[in-house]
Ligand binder design. Structure first.
Ligand code: URA
Length: 250
């Protein structure tokens, strides 16, 4: 059995959905790929945070940007201060920009920083399985993060970090024009709605207004959190079913 199917069945089993008894998957180890060749982005430096002058940050001029490609280029060219110093590259998006569903996560981790794509590490793999369980493949969603650069030592984002990335995120949503936002984890939920406490707000539909358009937005447990708290997968499953219902009405 193909390992994607096996992991989808494992997800179903973990949320209590009956699945047929299937033999264990044969594990084939992926060949190690060489690290991607660095492009013309500046290499990560080990400069201490305090030495980076905040005056380097200038508000990005995004009003003339009309395409996602142009937005990506603007981010590649942008000096995001401490974020650019420690990250290898900005992490833009993954999936189908025409999809109804836009997934908004927290911040890139190590794998995402290396490959320049969001949600490709262990949490991303679980997210794919969760979305796969409601029949959404990579063509059915478009994913990005509230923070586009890997944070120093993977720390939580500060209000300054969020403010640095916010204009890019708003432009990103405005250009992609999704029908629904899926807010992955508490940091994304708070950044987009102002609500705090993912335990009490997950699965509760919210309205988020960006550039004059109001989007239905669903906070969901972060898959990294579910990896530590698998007993919460049942709640996440209910939230995913609510997402599926919503998508069917649009
Ligand atoms: N990877 C991402 O791109 N975002 C997250 O929130 C977690 C992992």
């Amino acid at each position: 059995m193909d390992s994607a199917l096996r992991s989808l069945l494992d997800w179903y089993a973990s949320v209590g959905v009956d699945v047929p008894n299937v033999p264990p998957a044969r594990v084939s180890r992926p060949k190690k790929k060489p690290l991607p060749v660095q492009n013309n982005l500046s290499p990560a430096t080990s400069k201490p945070i305090a030495e980076v002058p905040s005056s380097r940050l200038v508000a990005p001029e995004l009003s003339k940007i009309r395409t996602l490609e142009a937005l990506k280029e603007a981010m590649n060219a942008y000096d995001a201060g401490v974020l650019s110093d420690t990250a290898r590259q900005p992490v833009f998006a993954r999936g189908n920009p025409q999809a109804k569903l836009m997934v908004i996560g927290e911040a890139p981790g190590r794998e995402e920083d290396l490959q320049g794509k969001p949600f490709i590490g262990p949490a991303g793999q679980l997210l794919d399985r969760m979305l796969g369980a409601i029949a959404l493949g990579e063509d059915d969603f478009y994913a990005t993060n509230v923070i586009n650069w890997r944070l120093p030592k993977n720390r939580n984002p500060t209000p300054d970090d969020l403010a640095t990335c916010r204009p890019f995120l708003e432009k990103h949503i405005e250009l992609a024009q999704p029908k629904v936002l899926l807010l992955i984890g508490g940091i994304s939920m708070t950044a987009m709605t102002g609500l705090t406490g993912i335990m009490k707000n997950h699965g509760e539909w919210q309205n988020v207004t960006i550039a004059g358009t109001t989007y239905p937005a669903l906070p969901l447990y972060h898959p990294a959190f579910l990896l530590r708290r698998p007993e919460l997968k049942k709640d996440a499953w209910r939230d995913l079913l609510s997402l599926r219902e919503k998508l069917l009405t649009l």
